[in-house]
Write a protein that binds this ligand. Structure first.
Ligand code: CAO
Length: 422
């Protein structure tokens, strides 16, 4: 009912991408509450991510129409807000993805997009060809089942939950799996005081995604070092210019640029295997995932169209994504569609590590801390800044020689970034 100067407006679930029947896991407001624009109204959770639905405008909640555990779709009514008439027509803001720090509940949740391989929404991607609903996809993720390998018994070949369970039973019954003994459960309290700390949802889901990648991808890691002495000089020379543009130039934007340059020359690294492992799907876009360490776990937002961005733009975008990840402000779009990932531990330390491929991508670059080392120039030792690089790749898609050439090109590019203009 409208009042003078105030209009009672419905707030609906905004566009949530390809998510359907998402669960309401938190209701942040009650009737009578005053909310400012962008305040969280509810939190919904799909099989890919948790998302806050923000208030599209300020007002007072007059009625909440959803309950906890309801399943909702884009366009469904959430609540009514009494709002100032002039702002009542504002379009709903998109939801933001929550890096959920709630402990995992007894009922296991599916891996989120934050820690999951980027969803394959592009035409021709393997997962898009599987005919299954979100609940079935969630179950499959929980159980680490590749849906593409499951025969669907539903109408039109749709995969139903029973198919997934039958697939698991059948797989467990095979001798190879049957011989895989579970990790022994130990009552540690027998040996001293213990404290049990539940993992965050992000970590639980991440564990499932990492395990799935670890089991499916045939991992090999190629290590090398790039002489980034000149790059570092150039970076230092750009510091003021970057600051004037509001950007902080860390090595990461250079790494993204160099990776895109080398990915162009080695397109099999910017690709995914199809479900049957019979074809490699080359991507003609360069969306670079970047691992971000947050207090609730590892999140991998994506720098879209990195090939079309300049250094300062990349610096601003990586800083934005890192901040959004830590402040739980990522949108579903920020987490989708990566074609190659960089995991930089350079600010933390280390001389090298073996990152796990962010499947269905086929390669990931791990970057450790640069160190000044003596390098023989043919007649004398020179102090050079060396950056350790570790490329993990899926040996099903890429041969060792190809990986060797990729890393050699990356080293050459980082060692002489004039090569970027070639
Ligand atoms: N060697 C030496 N110093 C480095 C470096 C490297 N390889 N990379 C970055 N640094 C420096 C930066 O230049 C910066 O120095 P100043 O403050 O003196 O300028 C400092 O380290 C901090 O950098 P940063 O972390 O703020 O920014 P970044 O662009 O290097 O990294 C991000 C951003 C989001 C990648 C990083 O913060 C992060 O979360 N890293 C962890 C990723 C992770 O957890 N990976 C493991 C996942 S499992 O594969």
């Amino acid at each position: 009912m409208n009042r003078v100067g105030v209009v009672n407006r419905a707030v609906n679930i905004p566009d949530i991408g390809d998510a359907e029947n998402v669960e309401v896991i938190e209701i942040c407001v009650a009737a009578g509450d005053e909310v400012a624009e962008n305040d969280a109204l509810i939190v919904i959770e799909s099989d890919k991510a948790s998302m806050e639905v923000p208030a599209p405008f300020a007002g007072t909640v007059s009625k909440v129409h959803v309950a906890l555990s309801d399943h909702v779709n884009a366009g469904d009514l959430i609540l009514h807000l009494d709002a100032a008439a002039e702002v009542a027509e504002t379009a709903p803001a998109p939801p933001t993805v929550v890096a959920d720090d709630e402990p995992e509940q007894a009922e296991a949740q599916a891996p989120s997009a934050a820690e999951q391989p980027a969803p394959q929404t592009q035409a021709g991607a393997p997962s898009s060809r599987v005919y299954a609903g979100p609940a079935v996809r969630r179950l499959a993720r929980e159980l680490g089942v590749d849906l593409a390998a499951v025969a669907g018994s539903g109408s039109g070949g749709r995969v139903v939950k029973e198919d997934v369970k039958a697939f698991v039973k059948q797989t467990l019954a095979t001798p190879a799996r049957a011989s895989l003994a579970p990790v022994q459960e130990v009552d540690f309290a027998r040996f001293g005081t213990i404290e049990i700390k539940p993992l965050t949802r992000i970590r639980v889901r991440g564990a499932a995604a990492l395990r799935s990648s670890w089991q499916h991808v045939v991992h090999v890691t190629q290590h090398d070092e790039a002489d980034v002495t000149d790059l570092e000089e150039f970076r230092a020379s750009l510091r003021d210019e970057a600051a004037q543009q509001g950007a902080k130039l860390t090595p990461l934007p250079f790494l993204i640029k160099a990776c895109v340059h080398v990915l162009r020359a080695h397109p099999q690294f910017n690709a995914s295997l199809d479900a049957g492992v019979t074809a490699l799907i080359h991507k003609r876009y360069y969306h670079i995932g970047m691992a971000v360490d947050t207090e609730v776990g590892l999140v991998v937002p994506v720098v879209r169209d990195a090939d079309r961005k300049g250094l300062f733009e990349l610096a601003a975008e990586t800083a934005r994504l890192a901040a959004a990840a830590r402040e739980k402000k990522l949108t579903p779009n920020d987490l989708q569609g990566g074609s190659f990932t960089i995991s930089s531990l350079g600010a933390i330390g280390g001389t090298g590590f073996t990152p796990i491929v962010n499947a269905p991508e086929v390669a990931i670059l791990g970057v450790a801390r640069l160190a000044t080392k003596p390098k023989w120039d043919g007649s004398t030792f020179q102090a050079r800044k060396m950056l350790p690089l570790s490329l993990s790749y899926d040996h099903r898609a890429i041969n060792g020689a190809e990986a060797g050439r990729f890393v050699a090109d990356l080293v050459a590019t980082l060692s002489d970034i004039r090569r970027l203009v070639l």
